[in-house]
Design a protein around this ligand. Structure first.
Ligand code: FEO
Length: 383
């Protein structure tokens, strides 16, 4: 537990042994479920935690409150990683008023029944006066559920941003923000670029000293850096000029062709990153694809289709609205290579994708003709 300002304290918990976040994302360094308390004439708790950590969180809260009773529980987001301890909280502090919007209470009822006897339903821009601190509410629908709302403390200029600006990784790991924040954003919120842009517009009007997300570290310096990353990600704009090469290989020939292309690009001074889709975390590969301005997908032809891990990668890119990039393909097939045609057809349904003229076709192993195509593709990508 630590103080963010004189009156606002972190009371969240780390979860270091969760196997999959949201039942699908690997979190090798765990995750934090953040919760905060604002101490004033009235005391407000900001969000609860996943039920894996209810007891630890209630203990933190109890220690932080030193025998005092919380007056409000502000619910930014009803996804169970933040709401599952609401029933236990209300059992411990039955007099507390739960603060949310209409959708918040609808979802609480669906998950936990009609458990909130004291409710305060707020609308966009409403204020809640705690004494010295005045809180105001800004709705952030679909960032990343429909009921999500941010809370701004006008007194200390602290933004409680719900899932926005969060990252994978427990606080005790204290790792750099960017890579795991990108993997978190692209995979969890990435589909909802327009709603994020709307929230960023609201945020731009505020003076902010600290951002308190529901996962990951409290951000309290160089805030423009984080806001700028969100502006890029939510507008589907590449962060870096460079090429991400994602390959799916069986006997190594597609992999070595992808590696040959990477070498040729590096010779031309182009930043390049490679991923073996069969062995990489697809969520990471998707996030890295968003990082760069250009993408090459290399796949063997398999069952007259695309290698399943490459197909899953492309499908996930589609779900996350991958757009505004240049894309090229490497295909392999010993008797009937069709994977490039199929991959291109999938990308044709994406928004604002341009295709390289060159497609590399490997017939089993990298021969002279395919080598020439690799050089040609490298020139095109470097242009
Ligand atoms: Fe961390 Fe959308 O919940």
């Amino acid at each position: 537990m630590f103080y963010i300002t004189d009156d606002i304290k972190y009371v969240g918990v780390d979860d270091l042994d969760l196997d999959l976040f949201e039942g699908q994302y690997k979190v090798p360094n765990g995750v934090s479920y953040n919760s905060y308390v604002c101490f004033d004439k009235k005391r407000a708790v900001f969000d609860t935690v996943d039920d894996r950590k209810t007891d630890e969180w209630l203990k933190n809260l109890n220690v932080a409150l030193s025998g005092a009773t919380p007056d409000y529980l502000i619910v930014s987001h009803v996804e169970p990683d933040h709401s599952a301890s609401i029933p236990a909280f209300l059992k411990a502090y039955p007099s507390a008023t739960v603060v949310g919007n209409e959708k918040t209470f609808l979802l609480i009822k669906r998950f936990y029944g009609d458990i909130a006897s004291n409710k305060l339903t707020v609308s966009e821009g409403d204020e809640l006066n705690l004494g010295k601190h005045v809180l105001t509410f800004a709705f952030a629908p679909m960032v990343h559920w429909p009921e999500v709302m941010a809370t701004y403390d006008k007194t200390d200029c602290v933004l409680f941003s719900a899932d926005a600006f969060g990252k994978f990784g427990a606080l005790s790991h204290n790792e750099p923000w960017l890579d795991e924040a990108r993997r978190y954003y692209i995979n969890i919120v990435g589909k909802y670029g327009n709603p994020v842009q709307s929230v960023l517009k609201k945020v731009s009007a505020l003076k902010i000293n600290a951002i308190c997300p529901l996962h990951g570290p409290v951000l309290n310096e160089n805030l423009d850096y984080y806001i700028e990353k969100y502006a890029l990600w939510s507008s589907y704009t590449p962060e870096e000029d460079g090429v991400f090469i994602a390959f799916a290989s069986i006997y190594g020939n597609t992999a070595s062709t992808a590696q040959k292309l990477a070498q040729e690009l590096e010779k031309r001074g182009i930043k390049v990153e490679l991923a073996d889709l069969a062995r990489s975390d697809i969520a990471w590969a998707v996030a890295q694809a968003f990082k760069y301005s250009k993408l090459v997908v290399a796949s063997i032809t398999y069952d007259a289709g695309v290698m399943p891990c490459a197909e899953a990668f492309i499908n996930k890119l589609k779900t996350k609205n991958y757009s505004n990039r240049k894309v090229a393909f490497i295909q392999n097939g010993s008797w009937a290579p069709v994977s490039a045609k199929l991959m291109r057809s999938a990308f044709e349904s994406f928004k604002n994708i341009t295709f390289c003229n060159t497609t590399v076709t490997v017939n089993s192993a990298l021969d002279g003709l395919a080598q020439t195509q690799v050089l040609s593709l490298a020139d095109e990508l470097a242009d």
